[in-house]
Design a protein around this ligand. Structure first.
Ligand SMILES: [Zn+2]
Ligand SMILES: [Zn+2]
Length: 235
């Protein structure tokens, strides 16, 4: 019954910019479908990083200060995110167009952590502005990256639809991920200690002959795993 005028099917096909880069310049008005994921390990925080270069007072920052400013921002938000879940990767855009400007993408170690992040972070404020956090379909940050920008040769300026990634100082970033790893191991260790604690309690009571006879043999797997964790910490 295809009588009359009808639009060709590709009109409503999927928007590859939304799928691969997590944002498209047409936003809600895009003629192609933006299929929001129902589960994802990646979340997007739109326009979170305020690039001083785009502000009027850009002259106040020399390149070194700009990097220090960015490193501090990266640290502040990284610590917030790693308090929610294990951050596997984090990317910050410094594009000059509205749909990518200051976007922060965070990949967590699992989808549950990303779900919690969208719940919790949407109640946050950052630098006096409400935070907006959503699940993102972006799977591959390398594919989304504008390589020309990395080489200082992107000529598309604010028309570029790929990520212009601002990177923290390498050693600084490595230090943050190492600290996160240590804090996760410490948390696991603490959990293991708590599991061991109730076993220690009955020993405080006076030991009678019957009690020691009734004491069933218990699995002793926990102390071993705790030791392994300590070894990992100081490896
Ligand atoms: Zn689109
Ligand atoms: Zn570019």
């Amino acid at each position: 019954m295809n009588r009359g005028y009808h639009r060709p099917q590709e009109d409503r096909s999927t928007c590859t910019f939304y799928t691969k880069i997590g944002a498209c310049r047409h936003g809600e008005k895009c003629s192609r479908k933006h299929i929001k994921p129902t589960t994802s390990r990646t979340v997007i925080l739109s326009n979170l990083y305020e690039n001083p270069r785009l502000n009027k007072n850009e002259d106040e920052f020399n390149p070194k200060q700009l990097q220090e400013y960015f490193d501090q921002f990266f640290k502040d938000v990284f610590i917030r995110f790693s308090g929610i879940g294990k951050v596997v990767a984090m990317v910050v855009c410094e594009n000059e167009n509205n749909h990518l400007n200051g976007n922060v993408y965070v990949r967590f170690s699992n989808t549950q952590e990303a779900d919690v992040a969208t719940e919790v972070l949407n109640q946050d404020w950052f630098n006096g502005r409400p935070v907006h956090c959503d699940l993102s379909p972006v799977e591959n940050f390398v594919e989304a990256n504008c390589r020309a920008y990395d080489d200082n040769s992107c000529t598309r300026g604010d028309h570029c639809n790929f990520m212009h990634v601002r990177r923290p100082t390498k050693a600084f970033e490595d230090g943050l991920f190492r600290s996160q790893q240590k804090s996760f191991l410490l948390r696991k260790l603490e959990e293991a200690r708590k599991q061991l604690a109730p076993k220690a309690e009955p020993e405080k009571a006076p030991v009678t002959a019957e009690a020691s006879v009734e004491e069933p043999p218990k699995e002793e797997a926990q102390p071993e795993s705790a030791t392994t964790m300590i070894q990992q910490l100081f490896a």
